[in-house]
Design a protein around this ligand. Structure first.
Ligand SMILES: [Zn+2]
Length: 465
């Protein structure tokens, strides 16, 4: 049995990511702009361009991501220039391959989420240097779970430094409020407000370190939809506005029980202890009886995240579940693989074991290198249910969970495991940096201040690396 390989019934060609990206067809740029304007009519409150005067492509856009509408608004903002977006593989699926054909000519580059693609940098360089177009990247790589900036790696600072093109940040507000990820099929009556801001010129990028660029990206891409709602007094009075919220807020803050939450209408409740909360028209929570633990929904979410982090740190986290598996080797196929068994832990990372076509298969993503995982609450392909997506270099596996409301916790645990491993790695590096100079200095002299100075310098150098 070859690791990360499935023996299919007939030949299956995986997506070739080494293929040179297609130059956008300008006719399609025009068409996508017209279509986006039509689809967003009456839904946009304001589009604001800041420090954009005189800026022409090539440049890079980093955009937040709340719903598919972000892409429509970005198409309006970048017109009349041709643009290219790094998009997830399933965006190419459908209409017998026609959608994929179109996406390619619109200028999209397919990417398997949270995998290392050796060809991605050269594709970005082709778009910027050879085509002279706009490159749009969504660092969060998925829709926001709860309307706040999702975790994304620090490597974007180094990427911008390497590509050396002006950096523009686009922040959409209101898209999540209109269509929260956990109930995206029903739209609330909220208009969107988007800012497009040039934050760095090439001269800034040449002068700054990757870490400094990353600080700018994190500051400028920061958003909080519930705070925005409250500050702007945006009323959401749909009588079903809280339905689905339990998929994100899966742990009761009163009895601490997990996966026992439910929601209907404007109410969220715990089946274990019976405590109930109401979601107000301004997006806050109020307990119907007793103390309100969290009025601000992201605070509840972050409390759960912190609980999972503690569980990982204490070595107590482990997840397993029987799942329904679909594999997506290329954008044209979702191949049902039947039942599989998904496990996740610090020691073994994420593994998927299954049996298909009379052969066993094993998919493995070790914890080292698995910096994030993609989850969905109502996946729009195949089945409207929660799922966890695992990608390897040449395949993607969509795993529909059978346990109730577990995907958010698996997402938190993946982040916590990565954070723990990175911290331990950094501590080991720092320890090595402090030990080596001491070993060199001790035989020469017992002069403590010299050794301390050397240690300090070595640690500083290590930190910079
Ligand atoms: Zn409870």
């Amino acid at each position: 049995m070859e690791l990360n390989k499935v023996k299919y019934k007939r030949h299956v060609k995986p997506l070739d990511t080494s293929e040179k990206p297609c130059k956008s067809w300008h006719f399609l740029t025009w068409f996508v702009n017209k279509l986006s304007r039509h689809l967003m009519r009456g839904k946009v409150k304001k589009l604001e361009r800041i420090d954009m005067k005189g800026l022409k492509p090539p440049f890079i856009i980093l955009s937040n991501h709340q719903t598919f509408s972000d892409m429509k608004v970005n198409a309006i903002l970048t017109y009349p220039y041709d643009f290219h977006s790094i998009t997830s593989l399933e965006g190419y699926y459908g209409f017998c391959g026609i959608r994929g054909w179109l996406m390619k000519r619109v200028g999209c580059i397919p990417k398997r989420r949270f995998t290392t693609d050796p060809h991605l940098i050269s594709s970005c360089e082709t778009i910027l240097n050879e085509y002279g177009d706009i490159l749009t990247i969504y660092p969060e790589a998925a829709y926001s779970n709860v309307g706040i900036t999702a975790d994304f790696p620090d490597s974007y600072g180094a990427l911008i430094k390497k590509l050396k093109k002006p950096l523009v940040i686009v922040v959409h507000r209101g898209n999540y409020l209109r269509q929260p990820f956990w109930d995206w099929e029903r739209k609330r009556k909220v208009k969107t407000y988007t800012t497009m801001k040039k934050v760095l010129d090439v001269e800034d990028i040449e002068r700054m370190t990757s870490d400094e660029i990353m600080d700018v990206i994190r500051k400028e891409l920061s958003y909080n939809e519930y705070k925005y709602q409250k500050e702007n007094n945006i009323v959401i009075d749909e009588p079903w506005r809280a339905e689905g919220l339990h998929k994100v807020l899966y742990q009761c803050p009163h009895c601490k029980k997990e996966h026992q939450m439910l929601s209907r209408g404007i109410t969220l409740w715990c089946m274990n202890c019976g405590k109930r909360w109401v979601m107000t028209e301004l997006g806050e929570l109020r307990a119907q009886n007793g103390k309100t633990e969290f009025t601000h929904i992201p605070d509840w979410y972050n409390w759960e995240k912190e609980n999972v982090r503690k569980e990982v740190e204490a070595g107590e986290y482990h997840f397993d579940d029987e799942v329904d598996v679909f594999s997506m080797p290329n954008p044209k196929q979702f191949i049902p693989l039947g039942k599989g068994f998904l496990k996740h832990s610090l020691e073994n990372g994420m593994t998927l074991d299954g049996f298909y076509n009379n052969h066993s298969y094993k998919i493995s993503r070790p914890s080292r290198g698995l910096y994030n995982i993609h989850i969905e609450y109502n996946y729009c392909f195949k089945r409207r249910d929660p799922c966890i997506q695992i990608s390897v270099a040449d395949n993607t596996f969509v795993c529909y969970t059978s346990k109730k409301d577990v995907v958010t916790k698996v997402y938190f645990a993946t982040l916590a495991i990565h954070e723990k491993l990175m911290r331990e790695r950094m501590e080991k590096k720092q320890l090595r940096a402090t030990q080596i100079p001491i070993a060199v200095n001790v035989p020469k002299s017992n002069d403590e201040p010299v050794a301390e100075s050397t240690v300090s310098e070595a640690s500083t150098a290590e930190n910079k690396n």
